[in-house]
Design a protein. Structure first.
Length: 230
């Protein structure tokens, strides 16, 4: 029997309260990219379907402080030799990789998620997102399970009209991360749960999961969506 928990609270605050040092087998983080994006899907009135998510429209220095805070907390709770995956887009990648190193992580690769559909953009339309793959310590890091997997992942994005969250990721993406970086019953932590994609993948693959989501609308949505939650 696996354990699944979500908290409607700031991830740093929640993690400090709930998660002991070096107790987590895998961290997946899909943070706000600070692009003030409410999604491209529009209502009949022409307004975006979603409002801007929290911490997605900060002054640069404030965003840096916010990011370093959650990265330091992620470093505290992750077991040595284990993996962290952080989603980011090309506009914020340079900063995020620096900040991850500052928190102590060692970046091992940059996975390109090919969404297989073009999005917005004027000078070549966007079709990819980045996924930074990093570890906590230098020596004897755990290997990813599938040795033949390349660092380009072709997984179709969810079509706009089916999204329940402006940044919703396909569960297949999270399945792949979880299968490659953990064993059954190990603990996965998601700092920015959104509509619960990591949680879905943990349920699919019998991993324990602790997730944090600051927005009560999305927290309630997950509570309704997952009867497995305590
Ligand atoms: C990029 S979205 C994650 C989407 C998610 N991967 C999915 O597939 O649904 C980031 C989420 O983090 C939440 N968030 C922002 N700041 C937070 C914080 N300090 N603690 C917890 N959640 C936060 C936002 O409300 C938003 O739902």
């Amino acid at each position: 029997m696996n354990n699944y928990k979500i908290y409607n609270i700031d991830c740093v605050h929640g993690s400090k309260e709930q998660i002991p040092e070096e107790s987590v087998d895998l961290i997946i983080a899909d943070p706000p990219f600070n692009l003030a994006f409410g999604g491209t899907t529009q209502t009949k009135t022409g307004k975006p379907r979603f409002s801007i998510t929290q911490n997605d429209n900060l002054e640069f220095k404030e965003y840096m402080r916010f990011t370093l805070k959650w990265l330091n907390e992620a470093y505290r709770i992750l077991k040595k030799r284990r993996h962290i995956y952080v989603f980011i887009d090309w506009r914020m990648y340079a900063y995020l990789s620096l900040w991850m190193k500052r928190a102590g992580f060692i970046i091992k690769n940059l996975i390109v998620w090919d969404k297989q559909h073009i999005g917005l953009g004027h000078h070549y339309r966007f079709q990819h997102e980045f996924l930074i793959f990093a570890v906590k310590s230098k020596d004897k890091n755990r290997r990813t399970k599938c040795r033949s997997t390349s660092d380009i992942w072709r997984i179709p994005k969810i079509s706009n009209h089916k999204l329940t969250h402006p940044y919703e990721k396909p569960v297949e993406l999270m399945d792949k991360i979880i299968i490659n970086s953990t064993e059954e019953s190990e603990l996965v932590v998601d700092f920015f749960a959104g509509c619960g994609t990591v949680l879905s993948a943990c349920i699919n693959n019998n991993r324990d999961c602790i997730a944090f989501e600051i927005d009560s609308y999305f927290y309630d949505l997950m509570k309704r969506k997952f009867p497995e939650l305590e």
